[in-house]
Design a protein around this ligand. Sequence first.
Ligand code: GAR
Length: 193
Amino acid sequence: MRIVVLVSGTGSNLQAVIDAVAAGTLGVNIVAVGADRPNTGGVERAAAAGIETFVVNFKDFANRGDWDAALLAAVERYEPDYVVSSGFMRIVAPSFINAFPRRYVNTHPALLPSFPGAHGVRDALAYGVKFTGCTVHFADAGVDTGPIITQRAVEVLPEDTEETLHERIKVQERLALIDVLDQLAATVADSPA
Ligand code: GAR
């Protein structure tokens, strides 16, 4: 199964996928890692692992439509079976979703549909929930919306900060993402060529 992973940040979840592939416990081919901005940890991690990388810098484009088209072209070049948004902090255009129907997977550090957006951990903590967690889902053109594939719950501890809670969520998020990719790889292997 060919996957392209999109990142905006440090890429620690991407690293878990890279490590699982290297360890032979996950049978996917990370054909490229792309980012919407320069100098991301995610792209650096990919390059260090010998994976092809690309940047479609949002700030380099005069308008949103041009960036959408450039991102789609950059990803399509790698002919992925699935595209994974792993901390990719941009909403993609409907044209992108249409190009990868039920083939664009997103992870989010909250139990969707609660607490979507860029601050899922902070918002859950501020609300005072006693359990939060992570969601892996097929993304549509909304903000962290689309059919849920799996979720894992994480207890909020009284002493938690956004950072400590996010770290515990990420432990579950990595397991969930690897598990989902493993399941999707099995379906790709089963489907006729
Ligand atoms: C992850 O927790 C991911 O769920 C979140 O960004 C983090 C990226 O961490 N994504 C969102 O909040 C999307 N709404 P990483 O760069 O260390 O893998």
